[in-house]
Write a protein that binds this ligand. Sequence first.
Ligand code: SF4
Length: 261
Amino acid sequence: MRLSQGQLNLLERCPRQFQHTYLDGFGSPTSLEQQERLSSGSRFHLLMQQQELGLPIDALVKEDAQLQGWMNAFAGAATEILTPVDGEFRESEHCRTLQVEEYLLTVIYDLFIARGDSCQILDWKTYPKPQDRRKLAQNWQTLLYQYVLAETSEYLPEQISMIYWFVQSEDKPQSLTFTYSNAQHQQIEKKLNSLLLQLSNWLQRYEIGEQFPQVVEGSKTCNYCQFVSRCDRNWEPDLAEQEYSTNKLLNLATIQEVIIQ
Ligand code: SF4
């Protein structure tokens, strides 16, 4: 079974939501607003990939003022990222997999740069920089991306960092950097093994007709979940509105990777 950071986030948030989305095939309907954001995000990712490959981008930006604006702002704010250095390895949409028991953990880095004794994972976000970096630090994207790199390369955890670029931040694009360490690596390994062990147990029970666990009754998680009626949970509009505003950006980050062909 292939697992991405988005699936691990969902599994951790609510196992039943994971079941409905990935095992029952009920899908993950997104709102119009989310679809629009995803589409803008995909276009920006494609643009960055084209540029990295040295392909023309004029046709992509010509009729899209928003994309053009993001691109110009990013080029101004992160010149050093966009300028290749002699001797470095860099690749956009860099994919790695790591097998842990019966799972294939899959990560796709928007851009991977290895320079001498350090390397960087870069990720583009087309939403504003979050106020609270702790949520992103705990998000499986940050955890899994660095973990898989340390496990599948010669780089020591201390030589790895992950940088998120938020192209839609107020004045100009802003970044958040997360460094990595051996201690973090050990902690993530423990957390990952424990989550995968739980998943294996739930999958075994699912095969004999048992459902994955739900979050506790009254949990705020249900307030922004599309399966409230299927789960017979109460939906509180006021709370839902608050929760949606707080979580929509991070929830977007849990949606499956955009794979650019
Ligand atoms: S409604 Fe609540 S319990 Fe049901 S899948 Fe959604 S978050 Fe989980």
